[in-house]
Design a protein around this ligand. Structure first.
Ligand SMILES: *Cc1c(COP(=O)(O)O)cnc(C)c1O
Length: 223
């Protein structure tokens, strides 16, 4: 069942890449597994998904233990409380949700202790929704500049969760906006930011057309 769903997603991804003149390998399919138990994640792994993103530290730690026998590449994609950083930092390759200076500071401190450089994405609140995490567009440069000063933290790009809309086409301007913000940072600071984490079950094809390099797909795989 899960394999069938993943195959369908793969076909849609392939077609979206083709429409956009991009290669399928340019887009990483991340299984957003917050609603899946370890068993379901194992099944998705066996169907070819290698990267999973968890949203809550407590749930993640439990599943991490249960799936220790698999070489899963774990990302953290949810709002991250500063006091949870120490539990996850040795277990994740990429944190998608850096959105404030205090969190960057804590990641720096913990990464330094581990002798690790932690890869992160800065989450942008593109719809200025109070209920969501993410830095506002006008505060992005300041946070990015601060991150540049931290030796054990490396910003690889941007992430966003646009406001929910019935029609996935309505998410397109937000995806385009995130891409432009990334390009602006690249121009301003003369850096290369390889990643745009955007697109979920309902709108990942539009996100790929607008340049997503990581799509985070939950319900289309697991429900
Ligand atoms: C749950 C979640 C997703 C996946 O959402 P679906 O609509 O179920 O695909 C993607 N990104 C984040 C940050 C999430 O929390």
């Amino acid at each position: 069942m899960i394999c069938h769903k993943i195959q369908e997603i793969e076909q849609k991804l392939a077609r979206a890449c083709e429409r956009a003149g991009r290669k399928r390998e340019e887009v990483l399919l991340l299984g957003a597994s917050k609603y899946a138990n370890a068993e379901k994640i194992r099944e998705a792994y066996q169907c070819g998904v290698r990267v999973f993103g968890e949203s809550r530290a407590q749930d993640f730690l439990k599943k991490f233990e249960q799936l220790k026998d698999l070489p899963i590449d774990w990302h953290f994609i949810g709002n991250l409380q500063t006091n949870k950083v120490k539990y996850i930092i040795d277990k994740v390759s990429l944190i998608h949700s850096l959105d404030r200076q205090s969190l960057a500071e804590e990641i720096q401190k913990r990464a330094e202790r581990l002798g690790k450089v932690q890869d992160v994405l800065i989450e942008v609140n593109v719809g200025k929704e109070e209920t969501k995490g993410g830095v506002y567009e006008e505060d992005l440069e300041k946070l990015f500049e601060y991150c540049l000063s931290l030796k054990n933290l490396r910003v690889l790009g941007l992430m966003a969760i646009p406001p929910y809309k019935e029609n996935p086409e309505e998410a397109r301007p937000y995806f385009a906006k995130l891409r432009k913000l990334k390009e602006r940072l690249e121009d301003l600071y003369k850096v290369k930011l390889p990643h745009l984490s955007m697109g979920m079950s309902e709108d990942f094809e539009v996100a790929v057309e607008e340049g997503a390099t990581i799509v985070r797909i939950g319900s289309a795989i697991f429900s």
